[in-house]
Write a protein that binds this ligand. Structure first.
Ligand SMILES: [Fe+2]
Length: 222
Protein backbone atom coordinates (compact mmCIF):
# COMPACT_ATOMS: atom_id res chain seq x y z
CA UNK A 1 0.00 0.00 0.00
CA UNK A 2 1.41 3.36 -1.03
CA UNK A 3 0.22 6.68 0.37
CA UNK A 4 0.78 10.23 -0.80
CA UNK A 5 -0.52 13.31 0.94
CA UNK A 6 -0.92 16.85 -0.32
CA UNK A 7 -3.08 19.78 0.65
CA UNK A 8 -5.29 17.92 3.07
CA UNK A 9 -5.87 15.09 0.63
CA UNK A 10 -4.40 11.70 1.29
CA UNK A 11 -4.37 9.21 -1.58
CA UNK A 12 -3.89 5.54 -1.06
CA UNK A 13 -4.14 2.37 -3.02
CA UNK A 14 -5.17 -1.10 -1.92
CA UNK A 15 -4.60 -3.55 -4.76
CA UNK A 16 -6.45 -2.12 -7.79
CA UNK A 17 -8.67 0.16 -5.71
CA UNK A 18 -7.57 3.71 -5.01
CA UNK A 19 -9.27 6.12 -2.65
CA UNK A 20 -8.89 9.60 -1.16
CA UNK A 21 -9.29 10.94 2.34
CA UNK A 22 -9.64 14.61 3.21
CA UNK A 23 -7.96 16.10 6.28
CA UNK A 24 -10.00 18.27 8.60
CA UNK A 25 -9.19 20.29 11.68
CA UNK A 26 -5.90 21.30 13.24
CA UNK A 27 -2.52 19.96 12.24
CA UNK A 28 -1.03 18.25 15.30
CA UNK A 29 2.62 17.66 14.44
CA UNK A 30 5.02 15.44 16.38
CA UNK A 31 8.69 14.77 15.81
CA UNK A 32 11.61 13.46 17.87
CA UNK A 33 14.45 15.75 18.94
CA UNK A 34 17.96 14.24 18.89
CA UNK A 35 19.70 13.46 22.19
CA UNK A 36 22.44 16.07 21.71
CA UNK A 37 19.86 18.78 20.98
CA UNK A 38 17.91 17.75 24.06
CA UNK A 39 21.02 18.08 26.21
CA UNK A 40 21.75 21.52 24.73
CA UNK A 41 18.19 22.55 25.50
CA UNK A 42 18.49 21.43 29.13
CA UNK A 43 21.54 23.67 29.53
CA UNK A 44 19.55 26.67 28.26
CA UNK A 45 16.80 25.79 30.74
CA UNK A 46 19.30 25.78 33.62
CA UNK A 47 20.30 29.34 32.71
CA UNK A 48 16.73 30.61 33.15
CA UNK A 49 16.10 33.03 35.99
CA UNK A 50 12.82 34.83 35.16
CA UNK A 51 9.61 33.25 36.44
CA UNK A 52 6.98 33.28 33.67
CA UNK A 53 4.04 31.82 35.61
CA UNK A 54 1.85 34.94 35.66
CA UNK A 55 1.52 34.64 31.85
CA UNK A 56 0.53 30.98 31.93
CA UNK A 57 -2.36 28.68 32.82
CA UNK A 58 -0.27 25.98 34.48
CA UNK A 59 -0.79 25.11 38.16
CA UNK A 60 2.97 24.90 38.31
CA UNK A 61 5.30 26.95 40.53
CA UNK A 62 8.39 26.84 38.33
CA UNK A 63 7.67 28.04 34.81
CA UNK A 64 10.78 29.92 33.72
CA UNK A 65 11.37 32.05 30.64
CA UNK A 66 14.29 30.81 28.54
CA UNK A 67 16.50 32.48 25.92
CA UNK A 68 14.33 32.27 22.80
CA UNK A 69 17.25 32.98 20.43
CA UNK A 70 19.26 30.02 21.73
CA UNK A 71 16.14 27.85 21.70
CA UNK A 72 15.35 28.78 18.09
CA UNK A 73 18.86 27.79 16.99
CA UNK A 74 18.33 24.28 18.36
CA UNK A 75 14.87 23.69 16.96
CA UNK A 76 15.34 25.25 13.49
CA UNK A 77 16.01 21.89 11.73
CA UNK A 78 12.79 20.51 13.20
CA UNK A 79 10.83 23.52 11.97
CA UNK A 80 11.84 22.48 8.45
CA UNK A 81 10.04 19.19 9.01
CA UNK A 82 7.06 21.13 10.33
CA UNK A 83 6.99 23.22 7.16
CA UNK A 84 6.75 20.03 5.12
CA UNK A 85 3.89 18.78 7.30
CA UNK A 86 2.18 22.18 7.00
CA UNK A 87 2.34 21.92 3.22
CA UNK A 88 1.01 18.37 3.25
CA UNK A 89 -1.85 19.25 5.59
CA UNK A 90 -2.93 22.70 4.45
CA UNK A 91 -1.53 22.80 0.91
CA UNK A 92 0.29 26.02 1.83
CA UNK A 93 3.92 26.96 1.85
CA UNK A 94 5.09 28.25 5.21
CA UNK A 95 7.90 30.67 4.56
CA UNK A 96 8.79 32.13 7.93
CA UNK A 97 7.90 31.78 11.58
CA UNK A 98 9.14 33.95 14.43
CA UNK A 99 9.29 32.89 18.04
CA UNK A 100 7.45 35.15 20.50
CA UNK A 101 8.25 33.39 23.80
CA UNK A 102 9.79 30.21 25.16
CA UNK A 103 9.73 28.85 28.69
CA UNK A 104 10.45 25.70 30.66
CA UNK A 105 7.86 24.00 32.88
CA UNK A 106 9.24 22.10 35.87
CA UNK A 107 6.19 20.12 36.89
CA UNK A 108 6.26 18.50 40.31
CA UNK A 109 4.05 16.00 42.15
CA UNK A 110 0.46 17.29 42.38
CA UNK A 111 0.95 20.02 39.77
CA UNK A 112 -0.86 20.05 36.42
CA UNK A 113 -1.66 22.12 33.36
CA UNK A 114 -5.44 22.52 32.96
CA UNK A 115 -7.07 22.66 29.50
CA UNK A 116 -5.92 25.89 27.83
CA UNK A 117 -4.96 27.60 24.57
CA UNK A 118 -2.17 30.10 23.81
CA UNK A 119 -2.91 33.71 22.86
CA UNK A 120 -0.99 36.32 20.82
CA UNK A 121 0.57 33.75 18.51
CA UNK A 122 -0.35 31.52 15.57
CA UNK A 123 1.38 28.33 16.63
CA UNK A 124 2.38 26.83 19.93
CA UNK A 125 4.53 23.88 20.89
CA UNK A 126 5.75 21.62 23.64
CA UNK A 127 8.96 19.64 23.80
CA UNK A 128 9.37 17.06 26.56
CA UNK A 129 12.82 17.34 28.14
CA UNK A 130 12.54 15.06 31.18
CA UNK A 131 10.16 12.25 32.06
CA UNK A 132 11.54 10.33 35.08
CA UNK A 133 11.17 6.54 35.32
CA UNK A 134 8.97 6.93 38.39
CA UNK A 135 6.29 8.57 36.21
CA UNK A 136 6.68 5.88 33.53
CA UNK A 137 6.07 3.34 36.29
CA UNK A 138 2.96 5.25 37.44
CA UNK A 139 1.69 5.06 33.87
CA UNK A 140 2.37 1.30 33.71
CA UNK A 141 0.56 0.79 37.02
CA UNK A 142 -2.39 2.99 35.93
CA UNK A 143 -5.63 1.00 36.11
CA UNK A 144 -8.10 3.66 34.95
CA UNK A 145 -9.14 4.68 31.47
CA UNK A 146 -7.23 7.19 29.36
CA UNK A 147 -3.48 7.73 29.33
CA UNK A 148 -3.26 8.33 33.09
CA UNK A 149 -0.60 10.26 35.04
CA UNK A 150 1.31 13.04 33.23
CA UNK A 151 -0.68 12.42 30.04
CA UNK A 152 -0.47 15.12 27.40
CA UNK A 153 -3.91 15.57 25.83
CA UNK A 154 -5.20 17.56 22.86
CA UNK A 155 -8.89 17.98 22.17
CA UNK A 156 -11.42 20.04 20.25
CA UNK A 157 -15.19 20.34 20.69
CA UNK A 158 -17.31 17.64 22.21
CA UNK A 159 -17.16 14.01 21.12
CA UNK A 160 -19.36 13.29 18.10
CA UNK A 161 -20.08 10.06 16.29
CA UNK A 162 -17.49 9.22 13.65
CA UNK A 163 -15.25 12.15 14.58
CA UNK A 164 -11.81 12.04 16.10
CA UNK A 165 -11.84 14.86 18.61
CA UNK A 166 -8.89 14.09 20.89
CA UNK A 167 -5.42 12.60 21.08
CA UNK A 168 -3.56 11.74 24.28
CA UNK A 169 0.08 10.76 24.70
CA UNK A 170 2.35 9.26 27.31
CA UNK A 171 5.03 11.54 25.92
CA UNK A 172 8.73 10.74 26.18
CA UNK A 173 11.85 12.95 26.32
CA UNK A 174 12.50 14.39 22.88
CA UNK A 175 8.87 14.34 21.77
CA UNK A 176 8.21 17.71 20.12
CA UNK A 177 4.64 18.75 19.30
CA UNK A 178 3.63 21.80 17.25
CA UNK A 179 -0.03 22.82 16.94
CA UNK A 180 -2.27 25.83 16.25
CA UNK A 181 -2.66 28.38 19.08
CA UNK A 182 -6.33 27.49 19.56
CA UNK A 183 -5.97 23.73 19.96
CA UNK A 184 -6.93 23.03 23.58
CA UNK A 185 -4.41 20.91 25.47
CA UNK A 186 -3.61 19.82 29.03
CA UNK A 187 -1.12 17.83 31.09
CA UNK A 188 -2.41 15.57 33.85
CA UNK A 189 -0.91 15.44 37.30
CA UNK A 190 1.22 12.63 38.78
CA UNK A 191 2.07 11.46 42.32
CA UNK A 192 5.79 10.56 42.27
CA UNK A 193 8.19 12.92 44.01
CA UNK A 194 10.09 13.78 40.81
CA UNK A 195 10.14 16.55 38.21
CA UNK A 196 8.74 16.30 34.68
CA UNK A 197 10.11 19.06 32.48
CA UNK A 198 9.05 20.41 29.12
CA UNK A 199 9.82 23.46 27.03
CA UNK A 200 6.96 25.40 25.48
CA UNK A 201 7.23 28.04 22.78
CA UNK A 202 4.88 30.25 20.79
CA UNK A 203 5.38 31.36 17.19
CA UNK A 204 3.97 33.92 14.78
CA UNK A 205 3.68 33.05 11.11
CA UNK A 206 5.29 35.96 9.29
CA UNK A 207 3.98 35.41 5.76
CA UNK A 208 0.38 36.03 4.74
CA UNK A 209 -1.86 33.11 5.46
CA UNK A 210 -5.39 32.24 4.50
CA UNK A 211 -6.47 31.92 8.10
CA UNK A 212 -6.44 35.65 8.79
CA UNK A 213 -8.30 38.40 6.97
CA UNK A 214 -6.21 41.27 5.64
CA UNK A 215 -7.22 44.86 6.26
CA UNK A 216 -7.24 47.01 3.15
CA UNK A 217 -8.18 50.71 3.41
CA UNK A 218 -9.59 50.01 6.82
CA UNK A 219 -11.94 47.38 5.41
CA UNK A 220 -11.81 43.66 5.96
CA UNK A 221 -10.71 41.66 2.97
CA UNK A 222 -11.38 37.95 2.73
FE1 LIG B 1 0.19 25.05 26.68
Amino acid sequence: MEATTKGGESKEQVKELSFSMYHWGPLLFKTKVKKEDLEALKIICKESTENWSENLAGIIDDEMKIDSGKYTKIITPYLKAYKQAYFNWYGLELKAVEITAAWVNYMKSGESNPPHIHHNCHLSSTLITEMPDEIRQEQKDWKGTGEGPAALSFFMGNPQNFHTNSFAFQAEPGDFFIFPWNLTHSVSTFKSNVVRSSVAANFMIKDNNIFEKKKENGKDKA
